[in-house]
Design a protein around this ligand. Structure first.
Ligand code: ADP
Ligand code: MG
Length: 405
């Protein structure tokens, strides 16, 4: 267990706080299209301000690749935060340097400063000790990480500067959002209530192999859907037609089938698919059994038999992890599998199960279907949640102080 902001004294302290404000923006207007990442940090910020701290916030935005990109400045994000907090939020046009340092040092209790995009500096992603030292230069009493979504990266703002502040004997702790992520995801890996069912889908097969490998021995049933299913079809020498499929994923899939067979794991693959002649709302579709994807058609969703089978497994679970949509849900005729699985997970929650959604597109899917409130927890970290579920310790978490038990 990691220490959190609730475990330390914050009165009169100057805190350096890493947040995840990498929000989606409209390409044309530059307006924030979904501010949930900002809103999710408000309880942490409010708690700290109420406790008498002054806050210096660090965040990255977009991929400026170590250079200043005008459209990726944090100014609009700082002003949005100001609106949400209903209090003055200062903004520094740099993350390091004399001006930022002076602004940070002049903050009084209850005041907030947002530093410029950390990724404007090449030293952020390389975790350059000089850049980390520059971030630490104003002198901080506390380091807080509330950016779970960035915790799998050993960057200067998530790891290097924390090491420096820690070496000065100052507390390095989790924010409330980070603590919630660790608590929920941690429950999946430690003593989950059974039956424990994991549902894996989406397109990023190679990214999710590590998760499947780590979870297979821990779960009672693992259900596969989405484009991932075609790698398993091909692994069994079955046709995949024009489905989304990468040849290099087939041997990995074959290895997992073998691993499940050798150990007798309950590892389920779709028994039928919805296929389409093309990826469009007005496509011609039909249902085919596994092994029967026609050469000129693409798999777009799991079929009705698979939906029924998966739904009954999910509804009887006491713990559910879901990562990756069951089909190309963004296009209406291909959304049924994802919607029905989401509903089954929601019913499991109603029956008292712990239900956790990981993955950016899966989170978007349950939001789009208005079922996000029906899940115990929707993780804010895509890549971070996957690495956590692979059993890896995230660098941004490892550096935080442990609770003494
Ligand atoms: P997550 O972000 O939840 O981890 P991924 O990024 O791995 O999930 O995959 C999400 C994407 O997978 C979605 O955009 C969805 O359209 C796509 N997808 C799922 N099934 C299929 C399919 N059968 N064919 C094409 N794309 C699919
Ligand atoms: Mg994704």
């Amino acid at each position: 267990m990691k220490k959190t902001i609730k475990d330390i004294d914050l009165a009169g302290k100057r805190a350096l706080v890493r947040v995840d404000y990498n929000v989606p923006v409209d390409e044309v207007t530059g307006k924030i299209t979904d501010d949930s990442r900002i809103r999710e940090t408000l309880p942490t910020l409010q708690y700290m301000l109420d406790a008498g701290a002054s806050l210096v916030l660090m965040a990255h935005f977009g991929r400026p690749k170590g250079k200043v990109v005008e459209s990726m400045r944090l100014k609009p994000i700082a002003s949005h935060l100001q609106d949400l907090m209903k209090r003055d939020v200062q903004y520094a046009t740099e993350a390091v340097g004399l001006e930022a340092e002076a602004l940070a040092q002049n903050l009084g209790p209850g005041q907030i400063l947002v530093l410029e995009n950390t990724r404007f500096y090449p030293g952020e992603e390389t975790n350059d000790p000089l850049f980390a030292a520059a971030l630490a230069a104003p002198g901080y009493d506390v380091y807080v990480n509330d950016a779970f979504g960035a915790a799998h990266r050993a960057h200067a703002s998530t790891a290097g500067v924390a090491q420096i502040i820690k070496a000065e004997g100052k507390p390095c702790v989790a924010g409330l959002l980070m603590a919630r992520e660790l608590e929920f995801l941690g429950q999946l890996l430690q003593n989950p209530q059974r039956p424990f069912v994991a549902i894996l889908g989406g397109v990023k097969v190679s990214d999710k192999i590590g998760v499947i490998r780590n979870l297979l021995p821990k779960v009672d049933t693992l259900l596969v859907g989405g484009a991932m299913g075609y790698a398993f079809e091909r692994a069994q020498n079955r046709p995949v037609g024009t489905s989304y499929f990468k040849e290099e994923d087939a041997p990995i899939a074959a290895e997992l089938i073998e691993l499940a067979r050798e150990n007798g794991y309950d590892f389920r693959l779709p028994s039928d698919f919805l296929v389409a002649d093309r990826d469009a709302v007005d496509a011609t579709t039909k249902i085919v059994p596994a092994g029967g994807i026609p050469d000129d058609m693409m798999g777009m969703d799991i079929g009705p038999e698979t939906i029924a089978n998966y739904s009954s497994v999910i509804e009887n679970a006491k713990t559910v992890l879901w990562n990756g949509p069951m089909g190309r849900f963004e296009v209406a005729p291909f959304s049924r599998g994802t919607l029905q699985v989401a509903k089954a997970v929601a019913r499991a929650t109603d029956k008292g199960a712990l239900t956790i959604i990981g993955g950016g597109d899966s989170a978007a899917a349950v939001k789009q279907m208005d079922l996000d409130d029906k899940m115990s927890h929707v993780s804010t970290g895509g890549g971070a949640s996957l690495e956590f579920l692979e059993g890896q310790e995230l660098p941004g978490v490892a550096v935080l102080n442990n609770k003494v038990s």
